[in-house]
Design a protein around this ligand. Structure first.
Ligand code: S3P
Length: 434
């Protein structure tokens, strides 16, 4: 889908941000493995989360997707308990979704039937040994053993509890192990090098599982049974970040987004933007109970005079998905921005160090790659050009926001990839401009 973006003079108004992608995936997974009904409201109907739904439908779980009068997506899952899945008739397709593939690997390793897990061309390039290794230590059987999709999972029936130190601060790997630990014969202990998003831990408790968190370590107890829940999913801060950035960059702008998840393991972008001089307020903090055990609030961002910043260390996992849009913001900030300790960007939906740099350079930015990040000097005026996102939704959306601030016309040849995490993204851009 070819998308043309022209410069914006001012962006003012309220934007409806869809539900959080990470929490939507987990809601379906826990719901399917619980007893009774789980109801998820403000679910993200993006391609990634729909793939997670299809995976469980193919294993015999009744899941209905509806739209309510607020035009939000409701998902109703009739869970069949920890042992209620049946052997799928065909290959489970994760599509573009790393979260589906990696978390499902943890669930499938403990089932008593074999399965095959596959993905699209982008996901087939991404490393899977990070989940295959710990799950094999737990007794999971991957035959042939491999580091790439498709994964052939034997289904060990039950797994062993292990003590494992994560080599990278990855929530997907941590969560795959937590799901595997559900089927363990003893507790599993996980040590993290830095804190990554903790949605699995929060939701595990909410569904009745026992998990202890102590600084960077987690102890997960095998579960007898989990119980269906009613969950309202907060808006996705990773999606909101595109409009926060648009508002910071386009003169005279002010955009509000309601009920956005601000879990501290996810909201690093707000801290970094404030450090850069960004005017961002968070109001109406909601009680944790209502928002899937997750804090949420209304975010307003306004046009700001930004300055460069250095970002690295334990901040990186707290804003890993926002680095494309942060890099764009840095092209318009005074001075140098250094992003380091972010080598994980190389194994996202694309090699994001390479693709962020190539895309922003094509638009006229002063940006150079490093081994574990990038260095950006600003401000530089951007000029619209033709770009492609190479199957990476966040690069498509970064390109579109860049187009709002650039001179001339920016064309994204493959804009359809935004649907992976943000259906309706381009319509919102147009509606804000009028
Ligand atoms: C996710 C974790 C992160 C993030 C991804 C979603 C999750 O990946 O980049 O978009 O839902 O657990 P890693 O765990 O690989 O860092």
């Amino acid at each position: 889908m070819r998308i043309e973006i022209t410069p914006a003079r001012q962006l003012v108004g309220e934007v409806k941000i869809p539900g959080d992608k990470s929490i939507s995936h987990r809601g379906v997974m826990f719901g399917a493995l619980s007893r009774g009904e789980t109801r998820l409201s403000r679910f993200l109907p993006g391609d990634d989360c729909l793939n997670t739904i299809k995976a469980f439908q193919s294993m015999g779980i009744d899941i209905k997707v509806k739209t309510d009068d607020k035009n939000e997506t409701i998902v109703e899952i009739q869970g069949k308990g920890l042992r209620g899945l049946k052997k799928p008739d065909s290959v489970i397709q994760a599509g573009n979704s790393g979260t589906t593939a990696r978390l499902m690997a943890g669930i499938l390793a403990g089932q008593s039937f074999p399965s095959v897990l596959d993905g699209d061309a982008s996901l087939r390039k991404r490393p899977m040994d990070r989940v295959v290794d710990p799950l094999s230590k737990m007794g999971g059987v991957f035959d042939p053993p491999g580091n790439r999709l498709p994964l052939h999972i034997k289904g060990a029936g039950s797994l062993r509890g292990i003590e494992y130190t994560l080599p990278v601060a990855s929530a997907q790997v941590k969560s795959a192990i937590i799901f595997g630990a559900l089927y363990g014969d003893s507790p599993t202990i996980i040590h993290q090098p830095a804190l990554s998003r903790d949605h699995t831990e929060i939701m595990f408790k909410q569904f009745g599982g026992q998990i202890e968190q102590n600084d960077l370590s987690i102890k997960v107890y095998p579960a007898e049974e989990l119980y269906g829940q009613n969950i309202r999913i907060p808006g996705d801060i990773s999606s909101a970040a595109f409009f926060i950035t648009a508002s910071l960059l386009v003169p005279g702008s002010s955009i509000t987004m309601k009920e956005i998840g601000i879990n501290p393991t996810r909201s690093g972008i707000l801290e970094v933007y404030r450090q850069m001089g960004g005017k961002i307020s968070v109001e109406n903090l909601n009680g944790a109970h209502e928002q899937a055990g997750e804090p949420a609030g209304d975010i307003t961002a306004s046009f700001s005079d930004l300055k460069g910043v250095e970002v690295g260390g334990s901040m990186i996992p707290r804003l890993i998905d926002e680095i494309p849009i942060l890099a764009l913001a840095a092209t318009q900030a005074r001075g140098t921005t250094i992003i380091k300790d972010a080598a994980e960007l190389k194994v996202k939906e694309s090699n994001r160090i390479d693709l962020i740099v190539r895309t922003l350079k094509a638009l006229g930015a002063d940006i150079e790659p490093t081994e574990d990040g990038m260095v950006i000097n600003g401000p530089t005026p951007l000029t619209g050009t033709n770009i492609t996102c190479e199957m990476d939704h966040r690069i498509a959306m970064m390109g579109a926001i860049a187009g709002l601030t650039a001179r001339g016309r920016t064309v994204i040849a493959d804009g359809q990839w935004a649907d992976v995490s943000f259906p309706g993204f381009f319509r919102i851009i147009e509606s804000l401009k009028s």
